[in-house]
Design a protein around this ligand. Structure first.
Ligand SMILES: NC(=O)c1ccc[n+]([C@@H]2O[C@H](COP(=O)([O-])OP(=O)(O)OC[C@H]3O[C@@H](n4cnc5c(N)ncnc54)[C@H](O)[C@@H]3O)[C@@H](O)[C@H]2O)c1
Length: 482
């Protein structure tokens, strides 16, 4: 992050906190805040087990609507406010969610944070706004549900974690799939040792269509009058209005996090949940912009290789992740967790466990050197083999498949919110995907981008959540030896 971006962040966080502080003081009387130090404002509106939790969504685009609907499928949750930068989406939100009440709608998220009737906010903006709004919301005394990836850059992770710890509020990051029963079941299987020691994980998420490649529809009334372009840019470089950048922000690294932040993040979150892994130590990516040459500055094909070290929870394993937005061939997206006694393969919300154990006896003959021996040597070999490998060492259970199908109608998205709301009501800071977990999943995907753009292997310490020095550069063309 450049100094000017850091200054912007600081100014904004303080401004937001103060704006929020002003709101709380005006409405509720006397909540003193000391100017200069970051203010953490207790949200004095109590959420008791019988009270409704009042939420506000900041960013009412595609996922903002899906998140809001998933949150509202939980009992005793009410939407009281929304913020968005495009007027059309504010209007849409008022019609969709405010039929029977006056839904507060604003372009300025700080007005939402200043409202004492908001208990929790959903941060569903483009990635470059996640940390700013999350920190301001926690400082304003709100519980936070923040979309994935939790932050856009690695150096933004710790400030979010610090703000969460100081705030005493509940925070959940939004990779909702880990709340599905398939992931719970996979975790149970792995922890029970059903596939032995994990040694390799592979996952791909290919697509071949314009919308899948993030070219979402642009409303024809998009203009400097109908949306707040300057606020959208935030700490990103200033540039003239461009509706494509506003509505297709994932295509630009100033606002998004590429295929890694958009898609690898779900895969890594799932793997960390199932294996209790904290993260890789070495990350390397390569890729290319192969097909969608529409002005975007992020690759549409990317493969990342990550080395996970041995920990108390698992052996060392390698993980290989791939996205190909130009796969005109047969697309078969799958995640496989492979161990030395079997594998778990995910497909949609279901999984298949295949158990495959090797016998102790190695066997002989077939495609083997045995047939090249002389007859007396074969005889001697056989004698020694029979002595070393009694019959019980020669057989194992046959390969076995166990299928797990998620219960019909299961709704992991609303279950993910249920976990958040349960912890809000219990006054617990922890969630299934708290900011420490969220950052440990986000950092490797952000490191994947760093590896791709800077052509280097990135070294990461998942335990301390810090970058390791001594990064090795991967030269585009090998250097000649002198
Ligand atoms: N968990 C999932 O499965 C999932 C799926 C899709 C998207 N997401 C995440 O959700 C987030 C939003 O993605 P999307 O597809 O909904 O994008 P989108 O472009 O459809 O919507 C983003 C909205 O945020 C608004 N916005 C931008 N800056 C803002 C600000 N400072 N204050 C208030 N509003 C602001 C924009 O006006 C826009 O309407 C991203 O972080 C994305 O990674 C998660």
């Amino acid at each position: 992050m450049t100094p000017s971006r850091r200054d912007f962040l600081r100014t904004l966080s303080t401004a937001s906190a103060l704006a929020a502080a002003g709101g709380v003081q005006t409405v509720m009387g006397n909540v003193p805040t000391s100017v200069g130090a970051p203010a953490y404002i207790p949200n004095l509106m109590r959420v008791s087990p019988n009270d409704k939790i009042r939420i506000a969504t900041i960013g009412m685009g595609i996922q903002g609507n899906y998140d809001t609907m998933a949150a509202l499928r939980n009992p005793d949750v009410e939407l009281v406010a929304v913020a968005d930068l495009y007027d059309g989406r504010l209007e849409h939100a008022k019609t969709a969610y405010g039929k029977d009440k006056d839904l507060f709608a604003t372009r300025d998220f700080r007005e939402v944070l200043a409202r004492p009737d908001v208990d929790a906010v959903l941060v569903v903006t483009p990635d470059h706004w996640h940390d700013h709004i999350t920190i301001a919301a926690l400082q304003a005394g709100k519980h936070v549900y923040c979309e994935k990836p939790m932050v856009q850059h690695i150096n933004e992770g710790k400030p979010v974690i610090d703000a969460w710890k100081k705030s005493g509020k509940t925070m959940q990051v939004g990779s909702q799939r880990i709340s599905s029963s398939a992931f719970q079941e996979a975790k149970r299987m792995v922890q029970a040792g059903d596939i032995g020691q994990i040694n390799y994980i592979e996952s791909n998420n290919d697509r071949f269509n314009a919308i899948g490649a993030w070219n979402y529809s642009i409303p024809p009334d998009a203009s400097l009058t109908t949306l707040d372009w300057d606020r959208f840019l935030g700490d990103a470089p200033k540039r003239p209005f461009d509706a494509k950048r506003f509505f297709r922000w994932r295509n630009y690294k100033d606002y998004g996090t590429g295929v890694a932040g958009d898609l690898f993040i779900h895969l890594i979150t799932g793997v960390h949940f199932v294996t209790n892994a904290m993260g890789p130590t070495r990350i390397f990516s390569s890729g290319n912009l192969a097909y969608w040459k529409d002005g975007r500055d992020v690759p549409d094909i990317m493969t990342s290789v990550m080395d996970y070290p041995k920990t108390a929870d698992h052996e060392a394993f390698q993980m290989v992740l791939r996205v190909n937005f130009a796969n005109a061939g047969k697309i078969s997206n799958v995640t496989r967790i492979i161990g030395n006694e079997g594998q778990i393969e995910f497909s949609e919300d279901n999984l298949i466990l295949t158990k495959h154990k090797l016998p102790v006896a190695p066997g002989y003959n077939g495609y083997d050197s045995y047939f090249t021996f002389t007859e007396p040597v074969k005889e001697e070999f056989k004698k020694q083999y029979d002595a070393q490998y009694p019959p019980e060492t020669r057989t194992v259970e046959p390969v076995k498949e166990v299928r797990f199908n998620a219960p019909k109608g299961e709704d992991p998205h609303s279950l993910h919110f249920a976990d958040f709301f349960k912890n809000v009501r219990a006054g617990s800071q922890g969630t299934i995907e708290d900011p420490v977990f969220g950052f440990r999943a986000a950092a490797p995907v952000l490191a994947s981008n760093q590896s791709y753009f800077e052509q280097k292997v990135v070294h990461w310490n998942p335990e301390t959540m810090t970058m390791k020095t001594g990064e090795t550069r991967v030269a585009a063309t090998p250097k000649k030896k002198k």
